[in-house]
Write a protein that binds this ligand. Sequence first.
Ligand SMILES: Nc1ncnc2c1ncn2[C@@H]1O[C@H](COP(=O)(O)OP(=O)(O)OP(=O)(O)O)[C@@H](O)[C@H]1O
Ligand SMILES: [Mg+2]
Length: 310
Amino acid sequence: MPTLRSATLSPAPAATPSPTAATPSPAAAGTTPSSAAKRRMTARRAADSPDSPHFTSPHKSPLAGTGNFGAPKMLSASPKSSRKRLYGDLVPAERPKWNPRDPAQMQAVKEALHVATTPSCGLVCRDDEQRRVFEFCKACVQQERAGSLYVCGCPGTGKTLSISKVKQSVSRWADEMGMETPDDLSINCTNLGNTSDIFGKVRKKASGKLSPLQQLQRMFSHKESAPRRMLLVVVDEMDYLITRDRAVLHDLFMLTTHQFSRCILIGIANAIDLADRFLPKLESLNCKPLVITFRAYSKDQISNIINHRL
Ligand SMILES: Nc1ncnc2c1ncn2[C@@H]1O[C@H](COP(=O)(O)OP(=O)(O)OP(=O)(O)O)[C@@H](O)[C@H]1O
Ligand SMILES: [Mg+2]
């Protein structure tokens, strides 16, 4: 199944910027004011063009500036536009001819496509998934109710990146709406020494005889102790929390079911069947999370992503 990881180039180049990336080309350095002005105009014209990405909603999208959530037209980048990104806005005469045997050009391509590089073009092909996660969080914040979401998909399908973009969008949206922005917390389970340490990460100020889990349960069960703000918790690499009895997973999701819970829980994992394996129990406990699956990219989607990133 194709994922971006399998399609991109492997060695990690981020620490050593390429000569092309670090040093402006003589052509670029010698840019005349008139050509710079021309480039600015071209950019402005492109932004005003009906082909530039925009939301179809008459309202200003709360997701604006967070990537390409609602921009299907962005997906049809041509190889020509990818070359343009690689060489900035150089006019055609200034652009070096694409040569895959040129080590500097190849290095620039590797850097642009490396999976550790956050794509400057934003996320491509994940508008729908991001929108669904955003809508879920938005509803929770608006109604001041707790909830849980489970995001799954193969490695490299953009789960982590998508959710971090949505998290920013939710804060920005709440801010713009004059609502209290939710507190947010991101936990990567690969950094936990012990699966139950997750509760200590959520309840940072745990003290006294009760365990962090017990404190959280108590806190969310009483009106007086419940926090005022919503708490958006993103638990990444959730597969690491699977124990034989799955108690930690259950306890974690159950935190969203307490009467005064303010917890919006987003779990991210690779295992597609994790939901099937632990959902039946959660369903019987009345805390079934909404499941959003990030499907593997198709050949065309991978091609679009690569085009955009170059
Ligand atoms: N739709 C996309 N557009 C642009 N780049 C992408 C896209 N999807 C993935 N990538 C690239 O792949 C990298 C890996 O993405 P990400 O870490 O979000 O995947 P993941 O699904 O969380 O993988 P894992 O399950 O291994 O944690 C990103 O940093 C980015 O460089
Ligand atoms: Mg990830």
